[in-house]
Design a binder for this molecule. Structure first.
Ligand code: SIN
Length: 331
């Protein structure tokens, strides 16, 4: 009897051990690559996503986060995703133009009056439909994540469009942003985020545009004596994965990933809101950069100067989409 019991225990242990190693063998690794620091809305969202998902289905999934362009820069990450080398990324909406021209909408200067308007537009039918706009190209949008409104930093104070004349600005890889700087007779240069600090420090460029949290976390304010509070545009993200990866998951795991992502995005958006105030203040407190506040009439000069960019890109983006975004400025 004792012998029988002992061999039953050994068999059960073997079966359990085999099942465990089968689960372990099927465990998937999600690589999440991004370009910003961990102490930013996107960095914190990514870390929250990892902890939520691993808490819930850690026996089935491991999430590896690669911040600060450690794995891929934004110019390579989407190609890498289509090759299966990375599963999740959240590039800015300015970096998708190879896959859809519609997202160029978000780069139109002075389109959204504030982040509430962005939120209203993104949760509308038109906004949500854009999450699916790249499916034929192999990419699925899992959600939008905010960072904030862009400010202009430079070696000299920028108050009116003429102040930008002839100056070199780093821009993200967006034709709309290129047209925006050309409209004020500046010289835009498309460069990866990872190179911006050095370009500014060595004075290879004169300025750049970014949010308070990106300026602060990457120390741009330490090498840029002036920041114009222009709120002229947007840094916002689409969290994406590949159609191929998404479709190979079973329903339950897909649901878990989506749920964890929705919660992480909600958390990231809260961080974005707080950082747009606290990182701005930290920059002012550092006294490394002087804040340039423009008057309403100076702001109007910038708006007038870049307005032709809307017409230039209207046919690529679609008039209905632009109209819907404009409408979202009215609550
Ligand atoms: C980011 O926030 O992901 C990068 C923004 C930039 O490239 O300027």
């Amino acid at each position: 009897m004792k012998k029988l019991l002992a061999s039953t225990i050994v068999c059960s242990a073997l079966i359990i051990g085999t099942l465990d190693s089968a689960v372990a063998a099927n465990k998937i690794t999600i690589k999440f690559s991004h370009v910003v620091a961990e102490n930013t809305p996107k960095g914190k969202m990514a870390n929250r996503f990892k902890s939520l998902l691993e808490q819930r289905v850690g026996e089935r999934v491991e999430v590896d986060i690669y911040p600060n362009s450690q794995l891929f820069g934004d110019n390579k990450v989407l190609q890498a995703m289509l090759l299966g080398d990375v599963q999740i990324a959240a590039p800015t909406l300015s970096k998708f133009s190879r896959y859809t021209k519609k997202l160029q909408l978000f780069d139109l200067p002075f389109l959204f009056k504030d982040m509430e308007a962005v939120e209203r537009f993104q949760s509308s039918d038109q906004g949500r439909s854009l999450l699916k706009s790249m499916e034929r190209k192999g990419l699925i949008g899992l959600g939008y994540l905010h960072n904030g409104m862009k400010q202009l930093s430079a070696n000299d104070p920028l108050r009116i469009p003429q102040d930008a004349n002839g100056k070199k600005f780093r821009i993200m890889s967006s034709d709309v942003l290129q047209a925006q700087f050309e409209a004020v007779k500046a010289v835009p240069l498309k460069k990866p985020f990872s190179e911006v600090f050095t370009l500014l420090q060595t004075k290879a460029i004169d300025g750049q545009e970014n949010t308070w949290s990106n300026i602060y976390s990457k120390k741009f304010h330490e090498v840029q004596p002036y920041i114009t509070e222009s709120n002229h545009g947007l840094v916002d993200y689409m969290v994406v994965t590949s159609v191929e990866f998404w479709q190979q998951l079973d329903n339950e795991l897909r649901r878990e990933i989506k749920q964890a992502m929705d919660e992480a995005i909600q958390f990231g958006n809260q961080v974005a809101l707080e950082k747009s105030v606290s990182d701005r203040q930290a920059i002012l407190d550092s006294k490394r950069s002087e804040l340039i506040t423009i008057t309403d009439s100076q702001r109007q000069l910038w708006i007038d100067a870049v307005q032709p960019v809307w017409k230039q890109f209207e046919s690529q983006i679609g008039n209905a989409l632009i109209e819907a975004a404009v409408q979202s400025n009215t609550p």
